[in-house]
Ligand binder design. Structure first.
Ligand code: UDX
Length: 429
């Protein structure tokens, strides 16, 4: 039995690697010929070393292709294509529809289609209906299975998911088939209808995003009264009903999922006549929080004019600490604003590939020590904790705005000025 995976991004590659580990022969399909050529050589273009290792181990059991006709050979097809946001916050289904058309054109009568892409509520049922109308003989079955993986831990999360959800219409045989392909603890498997499965993905991501916006709002209050939001987090998290995930205050959420999924859910609710006030508030808080370091900088210098020629270093360009992905990067969004007014900006992020950094068109440092040494204002956007390995003295007279609250106390003491959403402002006397 061959299984095909359509769309070879984070989700597709993690699913594919997991299938290889479970002993399947796999076909990986993507329209990007550069990506496919690299994959056929056992190289992946994203920073997920565990996936690359599995790929290299099982290379003879996988074919990567740009030819959709190869899908004919698969009896199970996973759809893992990107579903980005449109300017009006609705979901761009272009790639999804292309994948659907390929399935319709090339798949066999009894194919099982498992959708992993995040899609608006109602899309899976529509797809099953369209297939039933266009292909009345045989039965292509469509199942929606939301993917909850985190970048940086993609394969671990697929190997050991917190839950495995299947939405659709099931008979016992299909339930057994799905449980067999996914050998996880059976208590984690939930079968439900299409709409509940689709909405469960949006609800989960929105709830996590909401937690981040909530703790960021609490951090503003904590800063005012001199409380430590990290301690508040620890205390809250000991209540199992709250738990500790997504309670780190900082510059808010970025990336390829929370940002688009919060907007998409708000937009879908609106179209259904539901005024999703909580979701909107979480988006609004995050939009403000993403600019918190610039707001502070503007406040302390009373405008950007005074720092027009000052040396400014941005530490961390990706959207979060443990990955090199700059999609939805908060740092780059801030950089775009700053570069209109400041002439001396430098960048540091060892996880972001050189071409991407180069394209930003500012001075790039590969040594953090040198970078700190050569700049007066330091803006930290992700958890680049190697900063704490440097000598404390390096921070003497520096203006540090620490968006993730990672700098150690001994270094903070040296700074002329320090701010983080966790500790608030600390000025040297
Ligand atoms: C997220 C979800 O975690 C995952 O379940 C879903 O399937 C896809 O979206 P990911 O985007 O990889 O995964 O990153 P995540 O680690 O959740 O972080 C998202 C953003 O929130 C990052 O910008 C991160 O820095 C920020 N974040 C996260 C916080 O500001 N505080 C936190 O406590 C956690």
């Amino acid at each position: 039995m061959k299984i095909a995976v359509v769309g070879l991004g984070y989700v597709g590659l993690a699913v594919l690697a997991n299938l290889l580990e479970n002993g399947y022969e796999v076909i990986g399909f993507d329209t990007d010929s550069y990506k496919v050529a690299a994959l056929n050589d056992g190289k992946i273009l994203i920073s997920e070393p565990k996936i690359e290792k599995v790929l290299q181990k099982y290379l003879e059991h996988v074919t990567f292709t740009t030819r959709p006709s190869e899908l004919t050979k698969a009896s199970i097809i996973y759809i893992c294509v990107n579903t980005p946001e449109k300017p009006d916050w609705s979901v761009e289904l272009k790639y999804f529809n292309e994948a659907k058309d390929s399935v319709l054109k090339y798949s066999d009568h009894e194919t099982l289609v498992i959708i992993k892409s995040t899609i608006p509520v109602g899309t899976s049922r529509k797809m099953q209906h369209e297939i039933d109308v266009k292909r009345p003989t045989g039965r292509i079955r469509v199942v929606f299975s939301p993917e909850f993986l985190r970048q940086g831990y993609a394969l671990d999360d697929v190997r050991n998911p917190s839950r495995l959800v299947f939405g659709g219409e099931f008979d016992e045989a299909l339930k057994i088939k799905l449980s067999t392909i996914n050998p996880v603890n059976q208590n984690k498997i939930i079968f439900t209808d299409y709409e509940s499965a689709e909405l469960s993905k949006y609800s989960s991501n929105n709830f996590l995003a909401l937690k981040i916006s909530y703790i960021n709002e609490i951090s503003m209050l904590a800063n005012k009264v001199g409380a430590n939001v990290d301690d508040i987090k620890k205390i809250m998290a000991l209540d199992p009903r709250i738990s500790d995930g997504c309670l780190n205050a900082g510059v808010g959420f970025g990336g390829g999922c929370f940002v688009k999924d919060t907007k998409a859910l708000y937009q879908q609710a609106k179209a259904l006549g539901v005024d999703a006030k909580i979701i909107k508030a979480s988006i609004d808080r995050n939009t403000e929080q993403n600019r918190i370091l610039l707001t502070k900088l503007d406040e302390i210098y009373k405008g950007f004019k005074k720092i027009k020629n000052e040396s400014i270093l941005i530490v961390g360009l990706s959207f979060k600490g443990n990955c090199g992905d700059v999609r939805g990067s908060i740092a780059i969004d801030n950089l775009r604003v700053m570069e209109r007014q400041c002439n001396n900006i430098s960048l540091y992020d060892p996880l972001v590939n050189k071409e991407t950094l180069k394209s930003l068109d500012h001075k790039i440092f590969t040594s953090l020590e040198e970078a700190i040494n050569n700049n007066k204002i330091i803006l930290i956007f992700t958890e680049r904790t190697e900063i704490n390995k440097l000598d404390d003295e390096l921070f003497e007279k520096k203006i540090v705005l620490d968006g993730r609250g990672i700098l150690e106390q001994s270094k903070i003491k040296e700074c002329a000025y320090y701010y983080s959403p966790i500790l608030g402002e600390i000025k040297k006397r």
